[in-house]
Design a protein around this ligand. Sequence first.
Ligand SMILES: C[S@@+](CC[C@H](N)C(=O)[O-])C[C@H]1O[C@@H](n2cnc3c(N)ncnc32)[C@H](O)[C@@H]1O
Length: 273
Amino acid sequence: MWKHISSNYNPAILEVQKALQLATSSGASLELIQTLQSALALADQREEFAHTSTSKQSQTLKEIQEETLWHDWTKAYEEGKTAWQLRPGMLSGPLEGQFLKSLVSMQKAKRILEIGMFTGYGALAMAEALPADGEVVTVDMTEYLKPLVTNLIKSSPHHKKIKIVIGKAREVLLEMSHRKEKFDIIFLDADKSEYTAYFKIIFEGGLLGTGGTVLVDNAFRRGEAYIPALGDTPSKQFAKFVSSDASLHKVLVPIRDGVLIIRRLSDVEGSVA
Ligand SMILES: C[S@@+](CC[C@H](N)C(=O)[O-])C[C@H]1O[C@@H](n2cnc3c(N)ncnc32)[C@H](O)[C@@H]1O
C-alpha cells in the first residue's frame, strides 16, 4: 500500500528509482540491482513503520481521506468550479494529521487558524484535540469546497468547532489582523509562494497569541527549498527569511514534505537559577 510513498516528497528516492531503471536497462550486475531494490524496500518499510506506530485516524478522518481520493477533481476543474486542478495528494493524511493533533494537545490550544482547508482533513484532525469551547478557523479560496467539507465533517462530534471562511488567504489574514484576532496555533498550508507574505502579516499584524506556534507545511517543497540546482525558489526565500530571524526558534520535522515548527525564542528558551 505504501509502495515508495516517500518518493512523492523525497527526491533522493526518485534518484534511487532512476538508478534502478538504469541498472536494469544497462545489464548491470544482479547484486547492484538487488541492492537498489533493497534500498527502495527499506524506504517503504520505514514509512510503513511510521504509519503503523502512529495512532489510527478517526472514522470521519478515514471517510474524508477516501472521498478525497475518489472525488472527481478533474470534472470540478473542467467545469470551472476550482481555479486549478486539486489533487488527492494535497491532503495532509494520517501521519501528519495525528502529528498536528498531538501538537494541538501539547500546546493546550483553544483557537487555531488553518490557511488552506482543502477537504478539511487537517482542520478536523486538529479540532479533535480541542476542548469543547475551542475553535479551528479554516480558510480556503475555493468556494466549491465549503459544502463538500461541511457534509464530510458532519458525522464527527467535533464538527461544530470548525468554522469555514472562504477567501484569499492574504486578504483574510489582513482582515483578521484589523479585528485584532489571536490564535494559539496557525497552520500554513496554502499557496507556498505567499508564505513570506502570510508570515509578515501574522507577526506584524499580531495574529499569533502569547506563547503561540506557527506550523508551516511543505517546508522541503519536494526539494525546492534546499536543492541548489533548482534556483532561488519562493520556498528557499521563505526558508532564508525565517532562519535569519534570531528572535524565533525553529525546528523542521521531516514528516511527509516537512513541517516547520516556529515559536518565539523567548517561549522556548529555559531559564537558569
Ligand atoms: C495543500 S491543500 C490544504 C490541505 C489541508 N490543510 C489538509 O490538511 O488536508 C491547499 C489548499 O489551499 C488552497 N489555497 C491555495 N492558495 C490559496 C490562497 N491564496 N488563499 C486561500 N486558499 C488557498 C487551495 O484551494 C487548497 O485547497
